[in-house]
Design a protein around this ligand. Sequence first.
Ligand SMILES: Cc1cc2nc3c(=O)[nH]c(=O)nc-3n(C[C@H](O)[C@H](O)[C@H](O)COP(=O)(O)O)c2cc1C
Length: 391
Amino acid sequence: MPALLNADDYRRGARRVLPRGLFEYIDRGTEDELALQRLRSSLDAVTLTPSVLTGHRERALAIRLFDRDLAAPLVIAPTALAGIVAHDGETKLARAAEAVGIPFCVSTQSITTIETIRAGAPDAMLWFQLYVWHDRALTDRLLDRVAAAGCDCLVLTADTAVAPNREYNRRNGFSVPFEPSVRAVVDGLLHPRWLAGVFGRTWWNGGVPTYGHYPDTYRSSVTRPAMADAVRLDGSIDWNDLARLRDRWTGRLIVKGILSVEDALKVAAIGADGIVVSAHGGRNLDCLPSPADCLPAIAQACAGRIAVLADSGVRRGTDVLKYLALGAEAVQVGRLPLWGLAAGGEAGAVAILRLLLREMDTAMGLLGLREPRELTGRAGGQTPAGHGPRP
Ligand SMILES: Cc1cc2nc3c(=O)[nH]c(=O)nc-3n(C[C@H](O)[C@H](O)[C@H](O)COP(=O)(O)O)c2cc1C
């Protein structure tokens, strides 16, 4: 196996292992993939100005976030279906996060349940990402399970009021729960390592892979249609629902998918603890502005009020440092750990996170910095959208 020296090497490894339908589900954006290009090019355009002769022999990436010590300003972002990228993939991601001392945010749409993940990673820092279901009583029961499993933070995803338009999934015959089609079956047969090691194993242990947190009646193709409406994403959620969630959830509450100062301030006024400035990895709405462009104004408006995190498009350690320099306290990574997981299981997920940490450390050394907070004020460059020079 060739040496895996950067995230793109892991991506190529993931492409070899995974069926095309699943690889593209992870990798691609939405519609014409303009949001994906935009968030990458805006990150590429950011520069960081070094200080020379600072004499730091070592760097310290550790931060404190929500009263917890993190080994680095990183969080594994919630990603649906990690459990079909590798068998029990969510538990493997939780352990990988623990190995490098950062939190892992479990998705509502994970294959593995929060209880199973907790049993497999008893000491991991687990967060939980919430999609509010149409049936609010079911959503409340899910929240009780999440609290009982000892999740520190609840992350409400606010940018997915309806299911996004991803044409490639339909072309590839990719769906969850899995619907047999000639294309999907051939795709699986062409990837025997995945077919036996992930699909076959999951099927052997409990049937066709599907969302672990959905009610049992959703698993059977007979009762699923009756259940489908109850677990539909509830597009009617509004600020009153966030206020109610704030009253109900006693832990930390973060809202993910914020791209305007106005919305960020509303989140702060409701008493939530943080936001994630995010374009959902370019997967939802193709005309979104890039988080790198929106972040400085949002971070400035929220300073001292709520924690500001960011995500979308991180492929290098320098991308993390750029988000930090633009005002984020911590940065989420979505696709990277999935590529590691696909290419090398739990060890692959650990390896790609360590690679990212090494890249961050090297760049910090070259910038002459010791701690992440020293990145403040170092971002420059010109946005491709022509928004003018950064501060
Ligand atoms: C395969 C995949 C599944 C995702 N599923 C979810 C999800 O269930 N809930 C959510 O809030 N975000 C989801 N996201 C978005 C991520 O949380 C995150 O915003 C995004 O991946 C960050 O961009 P990056 O992948 O370029 O790091 C998903 C992203 C990917 C790639």
